[in-house]
Design a binder for this molecule. Structure first.
Ligand code: PLP
Length: 223
C-alpha cells in the first residue's frame, strides 16, 4: 500500500480511538486532509481510498489542482485554511466549500456581494479565524474584537457564521488555546471549532474540535 494511504488510514483510526478514549469531551471531529504543495496524483490516492474533505492554504494553487479533481469526483468538501485577500474572494468561492479564514470586514462584504450576485445556489460554511494567542504577526480577529465582529457579520451583514478556526502560538502547549477556542464557539453558539494539526490533533480532539487539519501526518514532509 502507498505510504499516503497507509498514513491516512492510521490517522483515521487514531481519531476514532481517541474519540472513544475522550468520549466525554470529544465532538467526533472530521479529518481535513491538508494537501497543500502536493500534486493531484498523490491527492487522488487518498480520494480513491474514500476521503472527501481536504484543505488548501493558497487560493490559486487550490484552484488549479481542484478544478479537475472536483469534476472527476463527487461530494468533495474543500476548505480554505490560509489567508484570503479580497481580490481572491471570487476564485475562493468558485473552488472552496468552506472558508475558514474570515478575519476582517472587507472580506465579509466581498463575500456577501458575490453571494448575492453569483453564488447563491451553492452552499458554503464560513468560519472566523481567531488570533487566539494575541500574537502581533498572526492573522485572525483579536479575542477582544471577536464578539463585535461576529455580531456585525451575522446581524448586520446577514452572513451565517458556522465556526471558529485558530492556529495557536508555535512554541507553547496548545491545550489552553484549544480550550479557549471551544469556549468561544460555545459562547457564540457556533457548532464548529477547526483546530489541531499533525503534532497536536490529539489535544484538539480532547478539547472539542469538530475539524482537525492534518497535512504532513498524511502526505509527508513538505519541501
Ligand atoms: C499546513 C497547515 C496545516 C497542516 O499542518 P501539518 O503540521 O502538516 O499537519 C494545518 N492548518 C493550517 C492553517 C496549515 O496552514
Amino acid at each position: 500500500m502507498l505510504d499516503v494511504v497507509k498514513n491516512y488510514r492510521d490517522i483515521i483510526s487514531q481519531i476514532s480511538k481517541l474519540h472513544k478514549e475522550f468520549s466525554q469531551t470529544s465532538k467526533n471531529p472530521k479529518l481535513i486532509a491538508v494537501s497543500k504543495t502536493f500534486p493531484e496524483e498523490i491527492i487522488k490516492k487518498v480520494i480513491e481510498d474514500g476521503h472527501k474533505i481536504f484543505g488548501e492554504n493558497k487560493v490559486q494553487e487550490a484552484f488549479s489542482k481542484w478544478k479537475s479533481l472536483k469534476n472527476n469526483y463527487d461530494n468533495l468538501e474543500l476548505h480554505l485554511i490560509g489567508p484570503l485577500q479580497s481580490n481572491k474572494v471570487k476564485t475562493a468561492l468558485e473552488i472552496f466549500d468552506v472558508i475558514q479564514t474570515i478575519d476582517r470586514e472587507k472580506i465579509v462584504l466581498k463575500i456577501k456581494d458575490l453571494l448575492n450576485s453569483e453564488y447563491h445556489d451553492r452552499t458554503y460554511k464560513f468560519f472566523v479565524q481567531v488570533n487566539i494567542g494575541d500574537e502581533e504577526q498572526k492573522s485572525g480577529v483579536k479575542i477582544s474584537d471577536l464578539t463585535d465582529f461576529i455580531e456585525w457579520t451575522i446581524k448586520d451583514q446577514k452572513l451565517k457564521v458556522d465556526g471558529l478556526m485558530c492556529i495557536p502560538p508555535y512554541d507553547e502547549d496548545p491545550s489552553l488555546y484549544f480550550n479557549l477556542l471551544r469556549q468561544l464557539c460555545d459562547q457564540h453558539n457556533l457548532q464548529h471549532a477547526s483546530m489541531g494539526m499533525t503534532n497536536d490533533f490529539e489535544k484538539a480532539l480532547k478539547f472539542g474540535a469538530t475539524y482537525l487539519r492534518v497535512g504532513s501526518g498524511i502526505f509527508g514532509k513538505r519541501s
